[in-house]
Write a protein that binds this ligand. Structure first.
Ligand code: CP
Length: 315
């Protein structure tokens, strides 16, 4: 594997999830693969889980890891071509990515969307330029439109915890106070549409995701109907795709409580984290028996390790 940016970069998602679970059972079996190999993790945006889990995964494989918070510690990056750099930007992404490629065997990049210009965000301009100019295998640590390491960890969690062969999985919108990207729900949807699950998306009117990511999903505006017989409930806020980055008013209550889960198949509740308590998810769910959010975050290590292992094997 030379690129991990979406579900389309994976030949067999079920085999990759099984490989992640094998690594969970035997984390250090492939330490030889990463000897004298360096992973450089580049962050244009904050992170807790992605940073630490990917670093831990690389260390389990015997790799050395360097982390650059380029938004805070690097030179201000110019992303546009054919501009006179007489403003605040100091270094062009062409040189910056090229130089980082000199120091790394594999590079990870996090680059969030601006949520202002949909065409620019959905072109993945920053991520794709970085891939083009660094010249090394790249793993997405979350890009403008997708978060594939999160989605793989979510598939690993569902594979590990399911109690029937084809579980019902519901992605439900949740409230928030600020406009969030569509990357996590886009990505979760495109992975679930390829997984062996019965997949439903529930959201208020106005929060339709791009059809590019939801082919095969059942889509409804009725959260309670969606939750019936669900095995897994994936909670996430996102802003509108159209009008892009906006937050259309929602009058109904979309905050899940234990009562909302009573018609599920004793559902496990998932969230990528960070989560705002009692805004996105209630205390009673997060502190109760339904929540698997911390377990899910733990699986970020094994998802990242499975991807890095495949990349190391292809060097
Ligand atoms: N879920 C996730 O990507 O968490 P971080 O933003 O903390 O990395």
């Amino acid at each position: 594997m030379k690129l991990f940016s979406s579900v389309n970069d994976v030949t067999d998602i079920n085999a990759l999830a099984v490989e992640a679970l094998k690594l969970k059972a035997d984390p250090y079996a492939f330490q030889h693969l990463g000897k004298n190999k360096t992973l450089v993790l580049v962050f244009l945006n904050p992170s807790l889980r992605t940073r630490l889990s990917t670093q831990k995964a690389a260390m389990n494989l015997g790799m050395d890891v360097m982390v650059l918070n380029i938004d805070k510690e690097g030179w201000a990056l110019e992303l546009r071509d054919n501009v006179v750099m007489n403003g605040t930007t100091v270094e062009h992404i062409r040189e910056a990515a090229g130089v980082m490629g000199q120091y790394a065997d594999i590079i990870g990049l996090r680059s969030f969307p601006g949520l202002k210009d949909r065409d620019e965000d959905y072109s993945e301009m920053v991520f794709n330029k970085f891939v083009q100019f660094c010249g090394k295998p790249v793993v997405s640590l979350e890009s403008a439109t997708r978060h594939p390491l999160q989605s793989l960890a979510d598939l690993v969690t569902i594979t590990e915890l399911k109690t029937r062969p084809r579980p019902k999985v519901v992605l439900t919108w949740a409230p928030h106070v600020k406009a969030l990207p569509q990357a996590v729900p886009n990505s979760f949807a495109e992975w679930m549409c390829k997984a062996d699950v019965d997949f439903t998306i529930a959201h208020p009117k106005g929060y339709e995701l791009s059809g590019e990511f939801t082919q095969g999903a059942t889509i409804t505006h009725n959260q309670q109907a969606a939750l019936a017989d669900a095995d897994f409930v994936y909670v996430k806020n996102w802003s509108a795709y159209e009008p892009y980055g906006q937050m259309p008013a929602v009058t109904e209550n979309w905050l899940l409580t234990n009562d909302s889960l009573k018609n599920t198949n004793n559902a496990k509740v998932m969230h990528c984290l960070p989560v705002r308590r009692n805004l996105e998810l209630s205390d009673e769910i997060l502190d109760g028996p339904h929540s698997v959010v911390v377990h899910e975050a733990g699986n970020r290590v094994w998802a990242a390790q499975a991807v890095l292992k495949q990349m190391l094997e292809s060097l």
